[in-house]
Design a protein. Structure first.
Length: 416
């Protein structure tokens, strides 16, 4: 049995025991030269062990944050040089930048460290080639602890003279009450609906109500792109003014920008009986013009089953990831129109006579399972299902992976 007093005497521990303070400092400095994380690890460890004055602690926290940056910066530089990188590298850099962001939210850097870090971060923001813009902007903001530093950041963004940094500069000027600068930058570009909404909401917040409404109305006339916020803004203003007709017009327009079953219900609930008589035909016209799966769901809600079925009578193409909602709606019509829905399901079964990946086998198994559900559970034609499925099974008897995936998805596959 080992003597507990020896503590297994690791020779390194013995040597460290014998080293002088100067020797240990020299060793740590050498280690830090080879691995930047050693500096951070040492500071974090010593903070729990030694007592120093508050200024040293603050400097140490600042140093830890700057070290985190220097640890991640070489890989960030690689991303910037090549315009991105593989998933693992992007993930590593993203995690490193997030750790730095969290640290910056906790501590205040020394002026020297802050200036150094902000300069380097801004150089990558200016380049915009690393694919890490969101994280870099977050770090830049986290470096600002007061309005003065935010104003400096806004000026830096403004000097880049590009749309996205200018948008941030505008936002900062508005946030810190630099009204003249905000308006100066805001009026440089009034093209999209969101530009007009930004200015209208600013005027409203600063008490210039008439200007706010005028700006929003101009946005409805001249703005491009997304208009939802403008419509909501003007609807709220009309409602406050007691102008029910104008309120409903904007409300209807906003809710039908992308009509869904949910927005259909919201419009119906908002309308009084006589108002619904006006807007219901408009909704039906929109549904007819854009006969998508949302329109089908609305027809089902209205118990217009024949109208809903028309969607499934045509050859449709949609992504695998967008198919769940379509098949979920189709399932609601299985009992009423089993033959039509069965035909629709069969359209989406892939090639069953080729070797491929387990993922494709699994997707095809799910598609065949839908056919089984209609034949067995709805139409009660078990014999027809068995004949259909057995043919598929025998044609793929030399594909074990195919059989595995189909057995995993289809209940009676092994017993066929």
């Amino acid at each position: 049995m080992k003597n507990k007093n020896t503590k297994n005497k690791d020779p390194l521990i013995s040597m460290l025991d014998a080293a002088s303070k100067g020797d240990l400092i020299e060793l740590i400095e050498e280690l830090m030269g080879n691995d930047l994380s050693i500096r951070r690890i040492c500071i974090n460890h010593l903070k729990e062990k030694v007592i120093v004055n508050s200024s040293v602690t603050a400097d140490a926290d600042s140093s830890v944050a700057l070290t985190l940056w220097h640890e991640v910066e070489p890989e960030l530089s690689e991303l910037d040089e090549y315009g991105g990188g593989d998933y693992s590298l992007m993930e590593d850099v993203g995690e490193g930048l997030y750790e730095l962001y969290k640290k910056l939210k906790e501590v205040t850097l020394t002026d020297e460290d802050r200036y150094e870090l902000l300069n380097e971060v801004m150089s990558y923001i200016e380049s915009g080639n690393a694919g890490m813009d969101d994280s870099l902007y977050d770090i830049a903001y986290a470096l600002c602890k007061n309005d003065e530093s935010l104003k400096e950041l806004a000026e830096r963004f403004e000097n880049l003279k590009r749309d996205w940094p200018l948008r941030h500069a505008r936002g900062i000027y508005r946030r810190i009450g630099e009204h003249k600068k905000y308006l100066e930058l805001r009026l440089l570009k009034m093209k999209y609906g969101m530009d007009y909404y930004d200015l209208a909401s600013y005027y409203w917040e600063t008490g210039e109500k008439s200007k706010a409404v005028d700006t929003a109305q101009k946005g409805m006339k001249f703005g491009q792109g997304r208009m939802e916020e403008l419509k909501i803004f003007l609807a709220e203003r009309a409602k406050e003014a007691g102008d029910r007709d104008t309120y409903l017009e904007y409300y209807f327009s906003q809710k039908t920008d992308s009509l869904t079953l949910s927005s259909y219900k919201e419009i119906k609930n908002e309308c009084k009986k006589e108002e619904w008589e006006k807007y219901e035909p408009k909704l039906l016209k929109i549904m007819k013009k854009d006969f998508n799966i949302q329109a089908v769901k609305i027809h089902l809600y209205r118990q217009e089953y024949e109208a809903a079925l028309q969607y499934f009578k045509k050859d449709r193409r949609f992504s695998y990831y967008g198919s769940h909602e379509v098949f979920s709606v189709a399932e609601e019509l299985e009992n009423r129109y089993p033959e039509h829905i069965l035909r629709f399901y069969k359209l989406f079964i892939g090639n069953l006579n080729t070797s491929t990946t387990r993922k494709i086998y699994s997707e095809n198994a799910v598609a065949v399972a839908r056919v089984r559900r209609v034949l067995v559970d709805v139409m009660k034609k078990t014999d027809k299902w068995e004949k259909y499925a057995l043919s598929i099974k025998l044609n793929n008897d030399r594909r074990p992976a195919f059989q595995d995936e189909f057995a995993r998805v289809i209940p009676d596959w092994k017993s066929l």
